[in-house]
Design a protein around this ligand. Structure first.
Ligand SMILES: *Cc1c(COP(=O)(O)O)cnc(C)c1O
Length: 376
């Protein structure tokens, strides 16, 4: 079976973890935590990094630290992982949805303005499958309405967006755009710590607040005094050790992911019956997962192509199911009667192919050939 994704731990991971074991620094204290935070924040062009236990709690911590709570609304894409909705709901706030763009599969930025109400506090763009969201119009909207931007860059380590904000257009990395920008370092992400996450920001006060809430909200003056309710969202030094070694190799990882993505594009781009994620001129994707959508006109659903590929020894995954189709959210009275047709198309017709950084060119070619054959 060609797996959808496998981590590659090809650098100094073992050496750094061995150092933790030898020195006994295995909890959330130790030199690798700060080294990892600084390395990742620096790579993304940010001042501060706050490492946490996973990407979901990175979002939850960002929402909490920004003071979002009951009565507030946060605009998120319907086509995303449930972590985005959970982060908002756990704060007692309400997620409000926007549909996906049919070409980039990211949040349709043109829908966001119409979703803003007097209760809106933040926008949470998600760079889907490694392709950046069109950030400039969102940043502009956020500025005009005084909203925070919580950037979910969990699938876009190293991806770049060409922004026209500032003196001249320039390419900036995903993770550099939010008031708070969140990453996951789960095993299938471009940088992994097994489980892990981070919130980046340039705002020193927000960074302090993130650190305070991450570690149980201990009052600085009196350790076991708590005026506020925090979380234990700490990352361990062992995980950070792996993360630092991963960051040291990020350029190689991004380069190889782009090679794999472009090889798939060359092989599948002209094929009748499927559509690929369109890379816009302002985007440099990192092809976190290489997805395709089967045209409804073929009479095939995404799940049928997936079953056929599995029979050929090729593992795939279905796309996200829109937040407006999640029973657990609908039961709470959310999104009643709302329609997000692009997210529906993606959910029903989409799947992603093996995309791990360790994939060989021969394996990519094998997947391309099988996809071509099974579509007929
Ligand atoms: C992976 C992912 C997350 C959640 O990260 P975990 O580390 O699995 O909690 C959040 N948002 C997006 C877009 C993701 O892909």
């Amino acid at each position: 079976m060609i797996p959808v994704s496998e981590p590659v731990l090809g650098g100094r991971e073992a050496e750094y973890v061995a150092e933790c074991l030898a020195t006994g620094w295995i909890s959330s204290s130790g030199r690798f935590i700060e080294a990892f935070e600084e390395a990742w924040a620096g790579y993304c062009g940010r001042r501060f990094g706050v490492a946490v236990g996973n990407g979901t709690v990175a979002l939850q911590l960002a929402v909490a630290a920004l003071g979002i709570g009951p009565g507030d609304e946060v605009i998120i894409p319907s086509f995303t992982i449930i972590s985005c909705a959970l982060a908002v709901l756990y704060a007692g706030a309400t997620p409000v949805l926007a549909d996906a763009d049919p070409e980039t599969w990211c949040m349709d930025v043109s829908q966001v303005a119409s979703k803003i109400t007097s209760r809106t506090r933040a926008i949470m763009p998600v760079h889907i499958y490694g392709h950046p969201v069109e950030m400039d119009p969102l940043i502009d909207l956020a500025g005009r309405y005084g909203l925070a931007v919580i950037e979910d860059a969990a699938e876009a380590h190293g991806a770049e967006y060409r922004t026209g904000v500032g003196p001249r257009p320039r390419w900036r990395r995903c993770g550099s755009f939010g008031d708070a920008s969140c990453f996951s370092f789960y095993a299938n992400k471009l940088v992994t710590t097994g489980e892990g996450g981070m919130v980046l920001t340039d705002d020193e006060q927000l960074a302090q607040r993130l650190r305070f809430l991450r570690n149980l909200a201990f009052e600085p003056g009196r350790r076991f005094l708590h005026r506020e309710l925090g979380f234990n969202f700490r990352l361990t030094n062992l995980q950070a050790a792996i993360g630092l070694a991963q960051v040291e190799r990020i350029d190689e990882t991004v380069a190889r992911k782009r090679e794999i993505g472009m090889r798939y594009e060359a092989g599948l781009g002209g094929l009748a019956g499927i559509r690929l994620q369109t890379q816009r001129g302002w985007a440099r994707s990192v092809y976190w997962m290489f997805g395709l959508m089967v045209d409804r006109e073929t009479g095939l659903e995404g799940s049928l192509l997936a079953a056929r590929l599995r029979a050929c020894g090729i593992e795939t995954r279905p796309f996200f199911l829109g937040m407006h189709r999640q029973p657990g959210l609908l039961q709470r009275g959310l999104f009643g009667g709302e329609a997000y047709p692009v997210a529906d198309d993606l959910a029903d017709q989409g799947l992603y192919l093996p995309s791990g950084v360790g994939l060989s060119d021969e394996q990519v070619d094998q997947v391309v050939a099988a996809t071509e054959a099974e579509l007929r």
